[in-house]
Unconditional design. Structure first.
Length: 383
């Protein structure tokens, strides 16, 4: 007689699946604790998708990403007045309310921060108007760095993007830290101007150590609604492949990126350097869509419809022209901008981060998407 399997509630099943997956991923080799050697870590963007994982790592470590920290430092976050900070308070994070464009708030954030480490993640990706890009991403960063230098902050790790160097010339190309600037639209320009300002400070012999980290498209638990929509479109067979789908994208599972950011904050040889951080290898758009569909079906039992929407590459090129025209007159349209990138290769080489920092992204696309989808379902997000 066949033994009848007990029915496990969905939430418990997801918890068990996620726990097993994490245990499977963890490398059995011992993890060496990282010592930040600072009394205080300053954070901007701590309420964001990546910022929450940084806080989790600094407070409890991320063993699945081989990241354990020696404790003994305080955390302080600069947050906007409208943001929910309950999760930060529960983890003992000191809260300063304000904006990086407001120097009074920035000075309050930096008070008594001699010897501190600053991890700057705040910025705007999809603004209401184009002028916000430079006001926040460029000038806001300059405000922080200026105040940090005066206060005696020891090191600043500033999160940049792939956009300052734009798109690769062909699918097999990967950007390195020596690749020339070729910013993609206004966002890329704002990050390029930010990087140039930082590099000027480095060249001038800034008393504060500065590290620039470039992170591409990232994914993982705690994602915003736009990423959940991405999963839903794939499940419904409605995610468009533009062109051949062989264009490649570097992606970064959030905990992989967190590992690299913390290493950049701690490693003595990181000062004055730029590092690309991402998963070990870029993925084609075909591979990304197929992997998500496979995980939804095989790991979560969802019916995934065949993806039949294929558009010519010219569709994205038209979107690029429309996007550029709108941004020229100060208008930003998120969907048009995202669609304009759908046929483009944006891929990077992480060799330098591996060699200098010891960066080791342990979680790849299939495992990362599995954990990401499990997190969505656990928090009640419909896919």
């Amino acid at each position: 007689m066949r033994k009848q399997l007990s029915r496990i509630p969905l939430k418990n099943a997801l918890d068990q699946r996620q726990e097993k997956e994490i245990k499977r991923i963890i490398n059995v080799q011992a993890t060496i604790p990282i010592d930040l050697s600072t009394p205080l870590v300053l954070l901007t963007g701590a309420t964001g998708w990546l910022g929450r994982r940084i806080v989790a790592a600094l407070r409890g470590g991320l063993p699945e990403a081989k990241l354990v920290l020696k404790e003994g430092f305080r955390l302080r976050a600069l947050v906007l007045a409208r943001e929910d900070v309950s999760h930060l308070r529960k983890q003992g994070v000191e809260i300063v309310t304000g904006d990086i464009v407001d120097m009074e708030a920035v000075h309050a954030f930096m008070a008594g921060a001699d010897g501190a480490i600053l991890i700057h993640m705040a910025g705007v990706i999809h603004p209401k108007i184009v002028s916000q890009f430079e006001a926040i991403n460029t000038q806001g960063t300059i405000n922080l760095i200026t105040a940090a230098q005066k206060t005696g902050v020891r090191r600043a790790v500033v999160i940049s993007s792939n956009s300052p160097v734009g798109c690769n010339p062909h699918p097999d190309h990967r950007f390195t830290e020596e690749s020339p600037y070729n910013p993609y639209m206004a966002y890329g320009r704002s990050k390029m101007l930010m990087e140039k300002a930082l590099r000027t400070e480095i060249t001038a012999g800034s008393p504060m150590e500065i590290v620039i980290v470039r992170a591409p498209w990232f994914y993982g638990p705690g994602q915003p609604s736009r990423q959940t929509l991405f999963f839903r479109m794939i499940k419904d067979g409605k995610f468009p492949i533009v062109g051949s789908g062989r264009n490649r994208r570097s992606m970064g599972y959030t905990d992989n990126l967190v590992q690299g950011i913390v290493l950049a904050a701690a490693h003595k040889d990181a000062a004055g350097e730029i590092f690309w951080l991402a998963d070990d290898t870029p993925y084609t758009m075909n591979e990304i869509v197929e992997t998500v569909g496979k995980v939804l079906n095989e790991d979560f039992g969802m019916t995934v419809k065949p993806n039949t929407i294929r558009l010519p590459s010219a569709a994205a090129e038209i979107a690029t022209m429309v996007d550029a025209s709108l941004q020229y007159v100060g208008i930003y349209h998120q969907n048009i901008h995202i669609f304009s990138e759908m046929n483009k290769t944006i891929a990077c080489d992480i060799t330098k981060a591996k060699k200098v920092l010891g960066y080791a992204p342990n979680i790849a696309l299939q495992e990362g998407m599995r954990l990401s989808i499990a997190s969505c379902l656990k928090t009640g997000q419909a896919i």
